[in-house]
Unconditional design. Sequence first.
Length: 255
Amino acid sequence: MSAAVVAAASAAGAVLLLGPVPRGGRRAGLVLLAGAGAVGAVALGDVLAVEHLAPLCLGLVAVGGGWLLRRRLQAQARAEATAASVQDACEALATELATGRPVEACLADAVEVWAPMASIATAQHLGGSIPDALRSLAAVPGAGDLRLVAAAWQVSQRTGAGLSGALAEVVEALRAQRSTRRVVRSELSSARSTARLVAALPVLTLLLGSGTGGDPVGLLLTTPLGLACLAGGLGLMLAGLWWIESIAGSVEAAS
């Protein structure tokens, strides 16, 4: 049973750490929960004994920690996609305003680019505050650039300056930020890939040790010292991956 638990946990960990981050968070969550259930089923299918509980708990902790890390990566991917859509909507809005079209029609075109802009179009139609609506929408992860649009819109309303010109300057600033983020993301991708590869190396080491006639899996799962080493290794691996993602996320947010 112990070997089966390790195999199932290793397979789940490989999917979590090395696989691409999908856009559908709900589907990925169901897959990972199924993986956790598979680990539990494999463990419980055998004769339950006290010595089996520690490997089972470690396997479930490993899958659960990997699932949380996976959810964080998915949230980052969704925020990046939202940021790109926000910039496209702002560019469409600025372009249409520059042609002299009414604001309401320009907002309708922006809604076609990014659907959440419908709240801004509704505020315009009902005579509400566009800057306030933009700031509220900016609370969506990845849509923080809308605060610049809100500031430009408010300045235009208070001073009477041309809205199209103010938004054109904002769009230029957003383009520069997007270019910088692409460079930063490209530089960070190598660090992230290296961290995931290093996290997968212990599994490969266990396979190599088993292939040479040793029993590293048995040592890790049947002795107190091995279980302590396994728990410490899993904790450090997950903490290291989380730390790398935290550093990368803070760098991307500051760019």
